[in-house]
Ligand binder design. Structure first.
Ligand SMILES: O=C(CO)[C@H](O)[C@H](O)COP(=O)(O)O
Length: 224
């Protein structure tokens, strides 16, 4: 079994009867969702909230009952992947482009668990490009501000076309190498008009399920 499958399936053990569960997006949480689908088939009763069109399609194919985030109210648990996780449980997300809905769902959840292979654990965030979701109107103005700040922006493409998120926005990826102060960058990005959301997830993960070869470990954040 590969690391993604091992971590993904382990996290499904945290899903209990009666819960409202956020379903993340990506190739690791795919295994969680698939396992939850089996559990539902075996009699588990849950409501789930999807974070993307691709996860909606997957959950529907597995007959996992979905509700909108507005119907759900407070969620008990969200399980999602991550692109990088540092020792303080801060992360970069959005490689799959679903960061905006993922952050809304995580913020509405009592508890968030990330599922990752060991390659996602880093000492310092920033090797993975940091996605910034921007509204199409005036996106080049935002691009210029990011460029002027030395953040090496790159407009995400899908073949010949601009990549479009589920909410109809563009993504600008920042090639940072290493982020000295994630909190300061978070605050600066949040202050830019035209930025819808970005992929720095700070103080959001309560636990990380990480697989290293054939060993899976659940790391709990202190005070998390
Ligand atoms: O944030 C995400 C999508 O927006 C994913 O969770 C992240 O990219 C990790 O994906 P994978 O498990 O496929 O490596």
């Amino acid at each position: 079994m590969n690391e993604k499958q091992l971590a993904g399936e382990k996290a499904a053990e945290f899903v209990k009867n009666g819960m409202t569960v956020g379903l993340g997006t990506g190739s690791t949480v795919y295994y969680t969702i698939r396992r939850i689908g089996e559990m539902v088939k075996e009699g588990l009763t849950i409501k789930a909230v999807s974070t993307s069109s691709s996860t909606t399609r997957l959950a529907e194919s597995l007959r996992i009952p979905l509700v909108s985030i507005d119907e759900a109210g407070k969620l008990d648990l969200t399980i999602d992947g991550a692109d990088e996780v540092d020792p303080a449980f801060r992360g970069i997300k959005g490689g799959g482009g679903a960061l905006f809905f993922e952050k809304i769902v995580a913020a509405a959840s009592e508890r968030s668990i990330w599922v990752v292979g060991s390659d996602k654990l880093v000492d310092r965030l920033g090797r993975f490009p940091l996605p910034v979701e921007v509204v199409p109107f005036g996106y080049s103005q935002v691009y210029r501000r990011l460029f002027d700040k030395g953040l090496n922006p790159k407009l995400r493409m899908s073949g010949e076309n601009r990549y479009i998120t589920d909410s109809g926005n563009y993504i600008i990826d920042l090639q940072l190498g290493a982020i000295g102060d994630p909190e300061a960058l978070n605050d600066w990005l949040n202050g830019i008009t035209g930025v819808v959301e970005h992929g720095l997830f700070l103080g959001m993960a309560n636990a990380v399920v990480v697989a290293r070869q054939d060993i899976v470990e659940v790391k709990e954040r202190e005070n998390g």
